[in-house]
Write a protein that binds this ligand. Sequence first.
Ligand code: NDP
Length: 331
Amino acid sequence: MFNALIVDKDEESGQTSAAVRQISQEDLPQAEVTVAVEYSTVNYKDGLCIGPGGGLVRHYPHVPGIDFAGTVETSDDDRYKPGDKVVLTGWRVGEAHWGGYAQKARVKADWLVPLPEGLDTRQAMAVGTAGLTAMLSVMALEEHGLAPGHGPVLVTGAAGGVGSVATAILAGLGHEVAAVTGRPETAQYLEGLGAARIVARDELTEVTRKPLEAEQWAGCVDAVAGAMLGRVLKQMKYGTSVAAVGLAGGPAIEGALITPFILRGVNLLGIDSVMQPYENRLRAWRRIAADLPMNRLEEMVQPATLHDLPDLGRDILKGQVRGRVVVDVNA
Ligand code: NDP
């Protein structure tokens, strides 16, 4: 028997509840590789899955946890053998399939990647899905021409998970990072991650009628969308790109939208970490191991246990979590 955070739904009331319970190996879903999970994390989607599900959870009872790192225990697939260290992100694990909020997980071999050299399992989860998405965003901006020296790069939702890792990666690569936050008390933290400048959220959430504004940003990693993305698009320099990853500020983009694309050749790049094929995930993890300043990673981390998850799930949906929560499932 081992511990797992089980989310269940009362069919009559429709209410969900989450609690740490003991389950056994036979309870796990069928798949090729059993992993002894060491660490998982708390992402925005985990907040949704711990709560009412938001359409993400397919069946109850459910084990959330959209990412984890650990050691292979048994494998029916030649690519993995017992003792191998592995990382999992995406593929609807923790949503449609039981995830990382348990001391063991059983998953498809295709969904795993070997832990890249230079990272341990805890560091891998300090990065987690949010950090992988930040790296995929930086790589997409680079593929569209971004290089250090082009000008300030904006990161929105900067004190959150994606934003914190994006700030540290971009600063580590030599970019001048302007970090947007609605929490002025996180300014010192963001400067510690390498932000050159702090931009107050309010400065970018007012909707204006102007079709364009002064050109300011050489690139942007946007975790927020909503009114802010509408403003940011109008402030992008000619021919630059925005990597859009999330919608913490709402799903609609507001404002005079078409002008930045037509008159300034701005690119809006949608970034999805969930369905990334193996080669892309491995490439991004290797770049993380090489380019993310590890001394900054620790500053982002808030440690947690399985028992803390119901509260943390609520906090992340309110935008109240700073940086990355690393869940030690064996604590
Ligand atoms: P977090 O909650 O850690 O960070 C989101 C941040 O956005 C908050 O910390 C806050 O930052 C800011 N924010 C929150 N509410 C608002 C608001 N109403 N208006 C403006 N800013 C707001 O979440 P993550 O960083 O883990 O994820 C961010 C988004 O990215 C989510 O929508 C998530 O679902 C998505 N995502 C997408 C992935 C993909 O593959 N595309 C993968 C991972 C995440 P501050 O206080 O600094 O302003």
